[in-house]
Structures are given as structure tokens and as C-alpha cells.
Design a protein around this ligand. Structure first.
Ligand code: URA
Length: 178
């Protein structure tokens, strides 16, 4: 994967490109929105506070983080952690397609509304779709997408945290890898 991408304006403010991480045989891919400050500094996805919560929740349900593939819809940190824009998402899409087509995960869990919309094209609110399964075709690969809440939202609300854990338990538990 490249380290000097200039396809969109997010390249202007980034320190590191944050590509996905995880074994190529992962059955599960977890896709977030965009790197934050800590990810931008480390060059790795979900290493900050939201990542710690994700790790804890995976561990609680016997899913090892090092056995799942973790990535984001965009690879560079948006300024001030704003949501990535449509053209930025489109510019970054080939990287995500390349990752998902080489891994061919059985389940893709999206974290947050941006990731759900980017992968399914649907703008239905998360409260309606969280935990449901969506069959998606992405450049000839068939994926089962399970939308979940973003861990940052789970940090702010106990009710969301409960739903977040439940969706992990119901969909990822026992699917640690190959
Ligand atoms: N939030 C995300 O969506 N992705 C990360 O990598 C970190 C925080």
C-alpha cells in the first residue's frame, strides 16, 4: 500500500497514512470512519480511546484483535476530526476495495453511520439498522455487512454501549479467524 497518496485534500494535514491492519485470512473486518490524532501519529487504526474500547469489547467476547482486520473508510485524519466528505471517501475507496478483496472476510462490521453509508449506499439511521445484516457487492466481491455503533458513541451513552456489545457478541463471538 502506498505511503505518499495525494488523491484528496486530507493528505495536506496528515502525518501518517493509516492503512488497515490484520491478518490476510481474517474472517472478520471491522471498518471505522477515519483516523483520529493518535492513529495519525502511530500510522495504525484504532489505537486511541475508541480503539481501547473496541479492544475491550472484542476481548470480552473472546475475539482477538490480532485475528481480525481493522481499517477505516478514509486513511488520513480529517482536520479537527470532522467527518470525511463524499469526495474524500470516493478518493479513498480503491484502498478499501483492495483490502477487502484480498481478505474476503465473511463479515464486515461497520462502526458508525459514515462507514455504514459508505459501504452500503444506504443513509438509513443507525438506530434502525444496527445489528441487521446487509448483503453488499463491492466490485464483484460479496460481503455481509453488519452495522454497529461507533465506539466513540458507545463511550458517551450506556444504552449505546450495551447495543454495541450485544452486536459484537451476536456477530463476532466465535469468529476469531482462520
Ligand atoms: N475512529 C475511527 O473511526 N477510526 C480510527 O482508526 C480511530 C478512531
Amino acid at each position: 500500500m502506498i505511503s505518499n497518496c495525494r488523491r484528496c485534500r486530507l493528505s495536506e494535514g496528515r502525518n501518517r497514512i493509516v492503512h488497515g491492519q490484520g491478518p490476510s485470512g481474517s474472517r472478520v473486518a471491522i471498518i471505522g470512519e477515519a483516523p483520529g490524532a493518535q492513529e495519525d501519529a502511530a500510522g495504525k487504526p484504532f489505537v486511541g480511546r475508541a480503539g481501547k474500547l473496541l479492544d475491550q469489547s472484542l476481548e470480552m467476547h473472546s475475539v482477538r484483535r490480532d485475528r481480525v482486520f481493522v481499517s477505516n473508510i478514509v486513511r488520513c485524519r480529517p482536520p479537527g476530526n470532522r467527518k470525511p466528505k463524499r469526495d474524500e471517501i470516493a478518493a479513498c475507496r480503491p484502498f478499501l476495495i483492495k483490502e477487502l478483496s484480498s481478505i474476503e472476510p465473511r463479515i464486515v462490521m461497520t462502526l458508525g453511520g459514515v462507514a455504514f453509508t459508505a459501504l452500503t449506499g444506504s443513509s438509513r439511521p443507525l438506530r434502525e439498522v444496527a445489528g441487521k445484516r446487509f448483503d453488499v457487492e463491492l466490485n464483484g466481491i460479496h460481503l455481509t455487512v453488519v452495522p454497529n455503533y461507533h465506539p466513540a458513541a458507545a463511550m458517551r451513552s450506556r444504552a449505546i454501549r450495551r447495543s454495541f456489545e450485544k452486536i459484537i457478541a451476536e456477530n463476532l463471538s466465535g469468529k476469531k479467524g482462520r
